[in-house]
Design a protein around this ligand. Structure first.
Ligand SMILES: C[S@@+](CC[C@H](N)C(=O)[O-])C[C@H]1O[C@@H](n2cnc3c(N)ncnc32)[C@H](O)[C@@H]1O
Length: 269
């Protein structure tokens, strides 16, 4: 089969599950052949050993996210390795990065701790954007930490990685910034089939959904951290406000690009 015919056939097969089937067919072919997009476009009359390629197409037709098939995800303009041991980074998390960067602006050598680093994208981007920051990244999943370390190496940044349930194995106090995009979906919520490929540990936050978020707020208080920046579910603003109601903590919520409540920052003056 020629490259161009394989692309037509693959596009047809992916159509039902993707809004951009033609683009995905090309991305998957480029990944399969270890070539770039230009090569695909300029070599469409080349013969192709198509069997392996259509194996990848089959995975996509079964709703597996393209990032897991290609082991590659884009975040904040950078490329990261991903596999099914770590959440695929989401564009809305880039807002959290901007917030942390602007908050840390006036702080010399800011000491930043991330809970739930997954593929490492938050800590790695912060390290690239705040070169003098001292960063520790925690995750309960050894497998996710393996992915994060691989990405830290790829981006040539130094981050201390700790395997821990929240801060159980991390005993430092008084740092500048605690940041987290924790799992915040309620255990019983049924999700789109594509999400079933992502680790449950990265998605589910407890029976209500905000249990880990609340524990992270407790850690912020116990450890006298200066700032806490967290992503949350679009419907969790009231729950978080209520949780903070009896403390003198001031919280600012932010929205994502779709206008949905998406996170908050807490600070001490
Ligand atoms: C929503 S993912 C976020 C991953 C990454 N930071 C991102 O924004 O793409 C949440 C991460 O928290 C980790 N996690 C879940 N429960 C945890 C806990 N109790 N302690 C530490 N990490 C936890 C999961 O393994 C997962 O990697």
């Amino acid at each position: 089969m020629l490259v161009k015919d394989a692309l037509v056939e693959a596009t047809k097969r992916i159509k039902g599950i993707s809004a951009i089937p033609n683009k995905e067919a090309r991305i998957l072919l480029a990944s399969y052949l270890h070539k770039d997009q230009i090569w695909i476009i300029t070599h469409d009359n080349e013969p192709l050993e198509e069997e392996g390629y259509f194996e990848l197409i089959k995975r996509r037709v079964n709703n597996e996210p393209i990032e897991y098939i290609t082991n590659s995800a884009s975040f904040y303009g950078e490329n990261f390795y991903v596999d099914s041991n770590a959440l695929i980074p989401r564009p809305e998390t880039e807002i959290l990065i901007d917030l942390v960067v602007s908050t840390c602006k006036g702080i010399k050598r800011p000491r930043i701790v991330e809970i739930g680093t997954g593929s490492g994208v938050i800590s790695i981007m912060l390290s690239l954007l705040i070169p003098d920051a001292i960063i520790t990244a925690i995750d309960i999943s050894k497998e996710a930490l393996y992915v994060a370390k691989k990405n830290a190496e790829k981006h040539d940044v130094h981050i201390e990685f700790i395997h821990s349930d929240l801060c159980e194995n991390f005993h430092e106090n008084n740092f500048d910034m605690l940041v987290s995009n924790p799992p915040y979906i309620a255990n019983k919520e049924s999700l789109h089939v594509g999400l079933s490929y992502e680790p449950n540990l990265a998605l589910y936050g407890g029976n209500v959904g905000d249990e880990i978020l609340r524990k992270i707020i407790d850690i912020y208080e116990e450890k006298s951290v200066k700032y806490l920046a967290c992503e949350m579910g679009y419907d969790q603003k009231d729950k978080i406000s209520n949780y903070l109601k009896n403390s003198d903590i001031k919280v600012d919520f932010y929205k994502d690009l779709a206008g949905l409540d998406r996170g908050f920052i807490i600070g001490r003056s």
